[in-house]
Design a protein around this ligand. Structure first.
Ligand SMILES: Nc1ncnc2c1ncn2[C@@H]1O[C@H](COP(=O)(O)OP(=O)(O)OP(=O)(O)O)[C@@H](O)[C@H]1O
Ligand SMILES: [Mg+2]
Length: 331
């Protein structure tokens, strides 16, 4: 008998696990802190707390890079910890539904399956779901009966642009830009214009507060290390500088959306034009991106209410609702 069902959205920055038993979703940073090369010192959000602050003998890393599993060993360890936590140690003989990106190699795709198979969890069944399909369902689109649905998921350092029709993927492209690239661009601009070195966490905080700052017409205050004096320093950064350095990354996404639209069969294009595209992923929450994307593509942009959770919400729906079961497949 099946013990329980888990849904997994294995994001590059964040892992989300849906627990079928109580319908709760765990959300944690997909990070591990290893001490002296072999002891797990911390994992999840507590590992993230240490990021950029840990001494040299503690390595804090993300096992995923650009949406695919780069460090299988640490990812297995992490998954075991997380599943153990959500199941309170009761995880043998369970079913797993995991979302996978589409535009990756067969080997990279298979790694998601192998991860669960080899993590010592004794799974009963492992089902795969294309991430864009889970996104569509999570966003409330009836993907099985719709012809021509465009989903743009701006994640951590990838953006997945997909066209769905009748429950399947017609086209999908994974491009290397996302929230991390936005943070990196902010860091580079602050360094270039103000001789100030800031950390990724500070850059991310600035990015997330951008919308509010613009509304209040205030400058951002950042703390870092002055490159010239080497001393800690506070600086005020105008929001225009941030807007300017993000523009190039937004353009990359807009250009790629257009490329996909050019390759889309005309009948599906008509549907996309009528319904607009669906924008999701944490990275899409950056100030004004929805409007900029709408202006750049000429399409209506439906902005997700729960942009960081649409994939896991979709997987939860697939698990709970027999109507959607057929979109999941066995490897
Ligand atoms: N309110 C916000 N404003 C701006 N950016 C945000 C906001 N909330 C989250 N982000 C950004 O979203 C990014 C993470 O997005 P998300 O959680 O969708 O990625 P992921 O699922 O972990 O990765 P991926 O899907 O690319 O493998 C981070 O760069 C984060 O800074
Ligand atoms: Mg994601």
């Amino acid at each position: 008998m099946t013990n329980n069902v888990f849904g997994i959205d294995l994001g590059t920055s964040t892992i989300r696990i849906f627990n079928g038993r109580n319908s709760a979703t765990m959300v944690e940073k997909n990070m591990i802190a290893i001490e002296n090369k072999n002891n797990v010192f911390a994992y999840g959000d507590s590992a993230f707390e240490m990021y950029e602050k840990a001494p040299d003998n503690i390595q804090v890393t993300y096992p995923l890079t650009s949406g695919v599993i780069a460090d299988i060993k640490n990812m297995q360890v992490l998954l075991r910890y997380f599943i153990n936590d959500v199941s309170k140690g009761n995880y043998k003989n369970c079913e797993y539904y995991i979302a996978v990106p589409t535009d990756v190699t067969e080997v990279e795709k298979r790694a998601f399956y192998d991860l669960i198979k080899d993590a010592n969890l004794k799974p009963k069944k492992i089902m795969m779901v294309e991430k864009a399909v889970a996104n569509g369902i999570g966003l409330g689109v009836d993907v099985k009966n719709s012809q021509g649905v465009m989903v743009v998921d701006v994640g951590y350092n990838t953006t997945e642009i997909s066209i769905l029709s009748l429950g399947g993927i017609v086209l999908s492209k994974l491009i290397k830009t996302g929230g991390y690239k936005f943070d990196d661009a902010i860091r580079a601009a602050v360094r270039r214009e103000y001789n100030l070195l800031i950390g990724f966490k500070s850059a991310e905080k600035l990015k997330m507060s951008l919308h509010e700052l613009k509304q209040k017409k205030e400058k951002a205050v950042v703390y870092g290390r002055d490159i010239v004096s080497g001393l800690p320093m506070e600086r005020e950064i105008p929001t225009e500088l941030v807007d300017e350095c993000l523009r190039e990354h937004f353009k990359t996404i807009i250009d790629n959306v257009k490329i996909i639209l050019e390759r889309t069969p005309p009948e599906l294009s008509a549907d996309i034009y009528r319904n607009g595209l669906y924008l999701t992923g944490g990275g899409s929450l950056v100030s004004d991106f929805g409007t900029i994307l709408a202006n750049g593509t000429g399409l209506k942009v439906n902005v997700a209410d729960q942009a960081v959770e649409s994939v896991i919400d979709g997987i939860a729906e697939i698990i709970k609702n027999d109507k959607f079961k057929s979109v999941a497949y066995v490897r």
